[in-house]
Design a protein around this ligand. Structure first.
Ligand SMILES: *Cc1c(COP(=O)(O)O)cnc(C)c1O
Length: 227
């Protein structure tokens, strides 16, 4: 696992350098869904700083075991409003906000624990009926709405493009998310302008970095195939 992690970190570094970006502007989110806590701990000891989990309950169980680990927790899976209460207690960044109802509930629950919850808006950039995420044309209104919520801070956008065997095929979708982010930045005051782009997984993270990713979510390339 250490070797795989080293290799991923090196590939991130090289991809950033290769397109003239500062390698420190790209952060690895190590995706631990279905991976047992002891292996996650190994990854943290090897230098992983951010853990991505898809399911709130699974993350809560692992966080109990790993409570001493100096690591930041990100939620990268779909979140239902009724789990918002648990999500705000655990996650430093929630990548998957895609509707007003969820944003309102996160705002309310974060308020209860005096937290400013950082979030990303998940965008269904390829308009796939099977995927969650806000449609691109609905994002500006959602951003406006969220900007009025006191306990929530919007940090950027996230997307999961369609799956392709050739990572190059995902390029237009990554570029579309970056363009949407750039458009929102022009419209928003600088202090609240969304900046981060969560995009790229094991099969396509280098392409995503070329298109501006600041958070890459990588599981298989670090931990091997999931069971
Ligand atoms: C599982 C998952 C990943 C990681 O996928 P790999 O192909 O294993 O790197 C990234 N993002 C999301 C949203 C996921 O659910």
């Amino acid at each position: 696992m250490r070797e795989k992690l080293e290799s991923v970190l090196m590939r991130i570094h090289n991809a950033a350098k290769g397109c003239g970006r500062d390698p420190d502007s790209v952060h690895l989110v190590a995706v631990g869904k279905t991976i047992p806590a002891n292996r996650i701990l190994e990854a943290v000891e090897a230098g992983v700083l951010i853990l991505g989990e898809s399911y709130v309950q699974e993350a809560r169980e692992k966080a109990n075991v790993l409570s001493a680990a100096p690591v930041s927790w990100h939620l990268i899976g779909h979140l239902q409003s009724n789990k918002a209460k648990y999500a705000v207690k655990l996650f430093d960044l929630i990548h998957t906000v895609d509707n007003i109802k969820l944003a309102v509930e996160l705002d309310r629950q974060a308020g209860k624990i005096n937290k400013i919850q950082e979030i990303l808006i998940q965008v269904n950039i390829a308009r796939e009926s099977t995927k969650s995420g806000a449609l691109p044309e609905d994002v500006p209104d959602l951003v406006n709405f969220i900007s009025r919520l006191k306990q929530i801070r919007l940090r950027g956008l996230m997307t999961i493009p369609p799956f392709f065997d050739m990572p190059e095929m995902a390029k237009p979708f990554f570029a579309a998310l970056r363009n949407l982010r750039d458009q929102l930045q022009k419209e928003a005051p600088p202090d609240v302008a969304p900046y981060d782009l969560s995009m790229g997984m094991s099969g396509d993270f280098e392409t995503a970095i070329y298109e501006g990713a600041t958070l890459v979510r990588i599981g298989t390339a670090i931990f091997g195939e999931r069971q």
